[in-house]
Design a protein around this ligand. Structure first.
Ligand code: A3P
Length: 284
Protein backbone atom coordinates (compact mmCIF):
# COMPACT_ATOMS: atom_id res chain seq x y z
CA UNK A 1 0.00 0.00 0.00
CA UNK A 2 3.03 2.32 0.33
CA UNK A 3 3.11 2.41 -3.42
CA UNK A 4 -0.60 3.02 -3.74
CA UNK A 5 -0.17 6.51 -5.10
CA UNK A 6 2.28 5.21 -7.71
CA UNK A 7 -0.08 2.60 -9.06
CA UNK A 8 -2.36 3.54 -11.94
CA UNK A 9 -6.05 2.87 -12.32
CA UNK A 10 -7.39 -0.10 -10.40
CA UNK A 11 -9.51 -2.91 -11.79
CA UNK A 12 -12.94 -3.62 -10.47
CA UNK A 13 -13.18 -6.82 -8.46
CA UNK A 14 -16.25 -8.73 -7.42
CA UNK A 15 -15.63 -8.07 -3.78
CA UNK A 16 -17.96 -9.35 -1.10
CA UNK A 17 -21.42 -10.84 -1.62
CA UNK A 18 -21.72 -9.40 -5.11
CA UNK A 19 -20.61 -5.89 -4.13
CA UNK A 20 -17.78 -4.66 -6.37
CA UNK A 21 -14.75 -2.90 -4.94
CA UNK A 22 -11.29 -1.83 -6.03
CA UNK A 23 -8.41 -4.13 -4.95
CA UNK A 24 -6.95 -1.61 -2.50
CA UNK A 25 -10.14 -1.92 -0.43
CA UNK A 26 -10.22 -5.71 -0.68
CA UNK A 27 -6.56 -5.98 0.32
CA UNK A 28 -7.36 -4.64 3.75
CA UNK A 29 -10.79 -6.16 4.15
CA UNK A 30 -9.99 -8.13 7.31
CA UNK A 31 -8.34 -5.20 8.98
CA UNK A 32 -11.32 -3.10 7.97
CA UNK A 33 -13.82 -5.49 9.50
CA UNK A 34 -11.84 -5.49 12.74
CA UNK A 35 -11.85 -1.70 12.89
CA UNK A 36 -12.56 -0.47 16.42
CA UNK A 37 -15.13 2.28 16.41
CA UNK A 38 -15.35 4.50 19.48
CA UNK A 39 -18.74 5.42 20.98
CA UNK A 40 -18.26 9.10 20.13
CA UNK A 41 -17.33 8.50 16.48
CA UNK A 42 -19.62 10.02 13.87
CA UNK A 43 -19.81 8.15 10.60
CA UNK A 44 -20.66 9.95 7.35
CA UNK A 45 -21.91 7.27 4.98
CA UNK A 46 -22.87 7.63 1.34
CA UNK A 47 -22.87 5.94 -2.01
CA UNK A 48 -20.01 7.66 -3.91
CA UNK A 49 -20.93 11.11 -5.27
CA UNK A 50 -23.99 11.60 -3.08
CA UNK A 51 -22.50 14.68 -1.40
CA UNK A 52 -20.05 13.06 1.01
CA UNK A 53 -17.63 15.99 1.17
CA UNK A 54 -20.53 18.40 1.55
CA UNK A 55 -21.95 16.44 4.50
CA UNK A 56 -18.50 16.20 6.07
CA UNK A 57 -18.09 19.95 5.87
CA UNK A 58 -21.51 20.67 7.33
CA UNK A 59 -21.18 18.18 10.18
CA UNK A 60 -17.62 19.26 10.95
CA UNK A 61 -18.35 22.97 11.12
CA UNK A 62 -21.38 22.29 13.31
CA UNK A 63 -19.17 20.18 15.61
CA UNK A 64 -16.76 23.11 15.79
CA UNK A 65 -19.60 25.33 16.98
CA UNK A 66 -19.57 27.32 13.76
CA UNK A 67 -15.86 28.18 14.04
CA UNK A 68 -14.57 27.67 10.50
CA UNK A 69 -10.87 28.35 11.18
CA UNK A 70 -9.97 24.63 11.42
CA UNK A 71 -11.92 23.93 8.25
CA UNK A 72 -9.76 26.47 6.43
CA UNK A 73 -6.49 24.94 7.65
CA UNK A 74 -6.92 21.18 7.63
CA UNK A 75 -7.80 19.19 4.52
CA UNK A 76 -11.19 17.56 4.59
CA UNK A 77 -9.63 14.15 4.04
CA UNK A 78 -7.70 14.55 7.31
CA UNK A 79 -10.64 15.90 9.28
CA UNK A 80 -12.74 12.96 8.14
CA UNK A 81 -10.48 10.07 7.07
CA UNK A 82 -11.81 7.53 4.61
CA UNK A 83 -12.45 4.27 6.45
CA UNK A 84 -11.83 1.98 3.48
CA UNK A 85 -8.50 3.59 2.51
CA UNK A 86 -6.96 4.20 5.89
CA UNK A 87 -4.58 6.02 5.73
CA UNK A 88 -5.60 8.21 2.83
CA UNK A 89 -2.42 8.58 0.76
CA UNK A 90 -0.53 10.83 0.61
CA UNK A 91 -1.58 12.00 4.07
CA UNK A 92 -0.51 9.30 6.54
CA UNK A 93 -1.20 11.64 9.44
CA UNK A 94 -4.83 11.20 8.57
CA UNK A 95 -4.64 7.68 9.98
CA UNK A 96 -7.80 6.98 11.89
CA UNK A 97 -6.21 5.47 14.96
CA UNK A 98 -4.16 8.66 15.39
CA UNK A 99 -7.22 10.86 15.38
CA UNK A 100 -8.29 12.32 18.69
CA UNK A 101 -11.89 11.78 19.73
CA UNK A 102 -14.50 12.67 18.73
CA UNK A 103 -13.65 11.40 15.27
CA UNK A 104 -15.45 12.04 12.02
CA UNK A 105 -15.16 9.08 9.67
CA UNK A 106 -16.12 8.79 6.01
CA UNK A 107 -17.32 5.58 4.40
CA UNK A 108 -19.03 4.39 1.22
CA UNK A 109 -19.76 0.92 2.59
CA UNK A 110 -23.22 -0.57 2.27
CA UNK A 111 -24.77 -0.90 5.72
CA UNK A 112 -24.44 -4.68 5.87
CA UNK A 113 -20.69 -4.53 5.21
CA UNK A 114 -19.85 -2.01 7.94
CA UNK A 115 -17.32 -3.09 10.55
CA UNK A 116 -19.60 -4.43 13.32
CA UNK A 117 -18.10 -2.13 15.95
CA UNK A 118 -20.05 0.88 14.62
CA UNK A 119 -23.31 -0.81 15.58
CA UNK A 120 -21.85 -2.31 18.77
CA UNK A 121 -20.74 1.15 19.92
CA UNK A 122 -24.06 2.71 18.90
CA UNK A 123 -22.25 5.37 16.87
CA UNK A 124 -24.05 8.27 15.26
CA UNK A 125 -24.29 7.85 11.51
CA UNK A 126 -25.28 10.41 8.90
CA UNK A 127 -26.32 8.89 5.59
CA UNK A 128 -26.72 11.11 2.53
CA UNK A 129 -28.62 9.79 -0.48
CA UNK A 130 -28.75 11.48 -3.87
CA UNK A 131 -31.06 10.64 -6.76
CA UNK A 132 -29.72 7.88 -8.98
CA UNK A 133 -29.55 9.86 -12.20
CA UNK A 134 -27.46 12.72 -10.84
CA UNK A 135 -25.33 10.24 -8.91
CA UNK A 136 -24.65 8.26 -12.09
CA UNK A 137 -23.60 11.37 -14.03
CA UNK A 138 -21.43 12.64 -11.19
CA UNK A 139 -19.80 9.21 -10.78
CA UNK A 140 -19.08 9.07 -14.51
CA UNK A 141 -17.22 12.38 -14.45
CA UNK A 142 -15.46 11.32 -11.26
CA UNK A 143 -14.22 8.15 -12.94
CA UNK A 144 -12.75 10.23 -15.74
CA UNK A 145 -10.68 12.35 -13.34
CA UNK A 146 -9.96 9.90 -10.50
CA UNK A 147 -7.01 7.89 -11.78
CA UNK A 148 -7.46 5.24 -9.07
CA UNK A 149 -10.85 4.09 -10.33
CA UNK A 150 -11.38 1.70 -13.25
CA UNK A 151 -11.71 3.13 -16.77
CA UNK A 152 -15.34 4.22 -17.12
CA UNK A 153 -15.55 3.75 -20.90
CA UNK A 154 -17.88 6.17 -22.63
CA UNK A 155 -21.07 7.44 -21.02
CA UNK A 156 -23.16 4.72 -22.64
CA UNK A 157 -20.91 2.02 -21.19
CA UNK A 158 -20.79 3.63 -17.79
CA UNK A 159 -24.57 4.04 -17.74
CA UNK A 160 -24.81 0.27 -18.18
CA UNK A 161 -22.25 -0.45 -15.46
CA UNK A 162 -24.07 1.83 -13.04
CA UNK A 163 -27.49 0.28 -13.67
CA UNK A 164 -26.13 -3.22 -13.18
CA UNK A 165 -24.13 -2.35 -10.07
CA UNK A 166 -20.81 -3.03 -11.81
CA UNK A 167 -19.13 -0.04 -10.22
CA UNK A 168 -16.97 0.41 -7.14
CA UNK A 169 -19.09 0.08 -3.96
CA UNK A 170 -21.72 -1.78 -5.92
CA UNK A 171 -25.35 -1.14 -6.71
CA UNK A 172 -26.75 2.31 -5.92
CA UNK A 173 -30.17 0.65 -5.51
CA UNK A 174 -28.99 -1.81 -2.88
CA UNK A 175 -27.01 0.90 -1.12
CA UNK A 176 -29.78 3.46 -0.62
CA UNK A 177 -32.38 0.82 0.30
CA UNK A 178 -30.01 -1.10 2.59
CA UNK A 179 -29.37 2.00 4.69
CA UNK A 180 -33.04 3.02 4.52
CA UNK A 181 -34.15 -0.28 6.06
CA UNK A 182 -31.82 0.22 9.01
CA UNK A 183 -32.46 3.87 9.67
CA UNK A 184 -34.87 3.33 12.56
CA UNK A 185 -32.89 0.49 14.11
CA UNK A 186 -29.76 2.54 14.79
CA UNK A 187 -28.70 6.15 15.31
CA UNK A 188 -28.92 6.94 11.60
CA UNK A 189 -29.84 10.35 10.23
CA UNK A 190 -30.96 9.69 6.63
CA UNK A 191 -30.69 12.83 4.51
CA UNK A 192 -31.29 13.64 0.86
CA UNK A 193 -28.93 15.76 -1.25
CA UNK A 194 -31.96 17.38 -2.90
CA UNK A 195 -33.46 18.44 0.44
CA UNK A 196 -30.19 19.98 1.60
CA UNK A 197 -29.87 21.88 -1.64
CA UNK A 198 -33.44 23.17 -1.47
CA UNK A 199 -33.47 24.10 2.20
CA UNK A 200 -30.25 26.10 1.94
CA UNK A 201 -31.55 28.19 -0.92
CA UNK A 202 -34.48 29.39 1.17
CA UNK A 203 -32.24 30.95 3.80
CA UNK A 204 -30.19 34.10 3.87
CA UNK A 205 -29.19 36.16 6.88
CA UNK A 206 -26.49 36.73 9.48
CA UNK A 207 -27.06 34.03 12.12
CA UNK A 208 -24.43 31.37 12.96
CA UNK A 209 -26.47 28.94 10.88
CA UNK A 210 -26.23 31.29 7.93
CA UNK A 211 -22.46 31.48 8.40
CA UNK A 212 -22.29 27.69 8.31
CA UNK A 213 -24.42 27.68 5.17
CA UNK A 214 -22.13 30.25 3.59
CA UNK A 215 -19.01 28.26 4.48
CA UNK A 216 -20.48 25.09 2.92
CA UNK A 217 -21.82 26.71 -0.25
CA UNK A 218 -20.72 25.16 -3.53
CA UNK A 219 -18.84 28.34 -4.42
CA UNK A 220 -16.87 28.43 -1.18
CA UNK A 221 -16.14 24.73 -1.16
CA UNK A 222 -14.92 24.95 -4.74
CA UNK A 223 -12.53 27.75 -3.79
CA UNK A 224 -11.32 26.31 -0.48
CA UNK A 225 -8.16 24.19 -1.04
CA UNK A 226 -9.10 22.23 2.09
CA UNK A 227 -12.33 21.02 0.50
CA UNK A 228 -11.73 21.08 -3.27
CA UNK A 229 -9.12 18.27 -3.27
CA UNK A 230 -6.60 20.42 -5.14
CA UNK A 231 -3.98 19.11 -2.67
CA UNK A 232 -4.11 15.73 -4.37
CA UNK A 233 -1.64 15.39 -7.25
CA UNK A 234 -2.91 15.02 -10.81
CA UNK A 235 -1.89 11.37 -10.96
CA UNK A 236 -4.64 10.76 -8.40
CA UNK A 237 -7.27 13.44 -9.15
CA UNK A 238 -6.78 15.07 -12.55
CA UNK A 239 -8.95 18.12 -12.14
CA UNK A 240 -8.11 19.34 -15.63
CA UNK A 241 -10.30 16.47 -16.87
CA UNK A 242 -13.20 17.30 -14.54
CA UNK A 243 -13.07 19.29 -11.30
CA UNK A 244 -13.97 17.51 -8.07
CA UNK A 245 -16.38 20.35 -7.28
CA UNK A 246 -18.02 19.98 -10.66
CA UNK A 247 -21.53 21.50 -10.69
CA UNK A 248 -23.30 20.63 -7.45
CA UNK A 249 -26.75 20.77 -9.05
CA UNK A 250 -29.94 18.77 -8.93
CA UNK A 251 -31.12 17.70 -12.39
CA UNK A 252 -27.80 17.90 -14.26
CA UNK A 253 -28.54 14.36 -15.51
CA UNK A 254 -30.77 15.97 -18.16
CA UNK A 255 -27.63 17.17 -19.94
CA UNK A 256 -26.33 13.61 -20.20
CA UNK A 257 -29.18 11.12 -20.42
CA UNK A 258 -30.56 10.35 -23.87
CA UNK A 259 -34.32 9.81 -24.18
CA UNK A 260 -33.72 6.08 -24.67
CA UNK A 261 -31.47 5.89 -21.62
CA UNK A 262 -34.04 7.70 -19.55
CA UNK A 263 -36.77 5.27 -20.58
CA UNK A 264 -34.63 2.28 -19.76
CA UNK A 265 -33.59 3.81 -16.47
CA UNK A 266 -37.18 4.54 -15.44
CA UNK A 267 -38.23 0.99 -16.26
CA UNK A 268 -35.44 -0.67 -14.32
CA UNK A 269 -35.82 1.83 -11.50
CA UNK A 270 -39.43 0.78 -10.95
CA UNK A 271 -38.36 -2.83 -10.78
CA UNK A 272 -35.39 -2.33 -8.48
CA UNK A 273 -36.88 0.16 -6.01
CA UNK A 274 -39.62 -1.01 -3.69
CA UNK A 275 -42.50 1.21 -2.60
CA UNK A 276 -41.25 0.98 0.95
CA UNK A 277 -37.85 2.38 0.08
CA UNK A 278 -36.69 6.01 0.00
CA UNK A 279 -38.28 8.30 -2.54
CA UNK A 280 -36.15 10.69 -4.55
CA UNK A 281 -36.63 13.93 -6.40
CA UNK A 282 -34.82 14.02 -9.73
CA UNK A 283 -35.31 17.79 -10.05
CA UNK A 284 -36.26 20.69 -7.83
P1 A3P B 1 -21.41 16.96 -9.17
O1 A3P B 1 -20.41 16.05 -9.82
O2 A3P B 1 -22.80 16.69 -9.64
O3 A3P B 1 -21.04 18.39 -9.28
P2 A3P B 1 -18.92 13.32 -3.07
O4 A3P B 1 -18.39 14.32 -2.11
O5 A3P B 1 -19.82 12.30 -2.47
O6 A3P B 1 -17.85 12.75 -3.92
O7 A3P B 1 -19.92 14.10 -4.05
C1 A3P B 1 -19.46 15.03 -4.98
C2 A3P B 1 -20.64 15.73 -5.57
O8 A3P B 1 -21.19 16.63 -4.59
C3 A3P B 1 -20.27 16.59 -6.76
O9 A3P B 1 -21.42 16.61 -7.60
C4 A3P B 1 -20.00 17.92 -6.09
O10 A3P B 1 -20.05 19.03 -6.95
C5 A3P B 1 -21.15 17.95 -5.09
N1 A3P B 1 -20.91 18.91 -4.02
C6 A3P B 1 -19.87 18.99 -3.19
N2 A3P B 1 -19.98 20.06 -2.38
C7 A3P B 1 -21.14 20.66 -2.69
C8 A3P B 1 -21.82 21.83 -2.22
N3 A3P B 1 -21.30 22.59 -1.27
N4 A3P B 1 -23.00 22.14 -2.79
C9 A3P B 1 -23.52 21.38 -3.77
N5 A3P B 1 -22.93 20.27 -4.27
C10 A3P B 1 -21.75 19.92 -3.74
Amino acid sequence: TDLWHMRGREELVDGVGGVCFVPSVMERWRELQEFQARPDDTLIATFPKAGTSWAIEMVDVVRRGGDISGCLQIPSMMRAPFLELNPPPPFPSGQLHNQPSPRLIKTHLPFHLLPPSFVDQNCKMVYVARNAKDTAVSYFHFHRMNKKLPEPGDWNQFFDSFLTGQVAWGSWFDHVTGWWKEKNNHRILYLFFEDIKEVRERRGGMSPVDRIIEHTSFKNMKQNPMTNFSLLPANIFDQSVSPFMRKGEVGDWKNMFTVAQNERFEKEYRQLMSDRGPSFRMEL
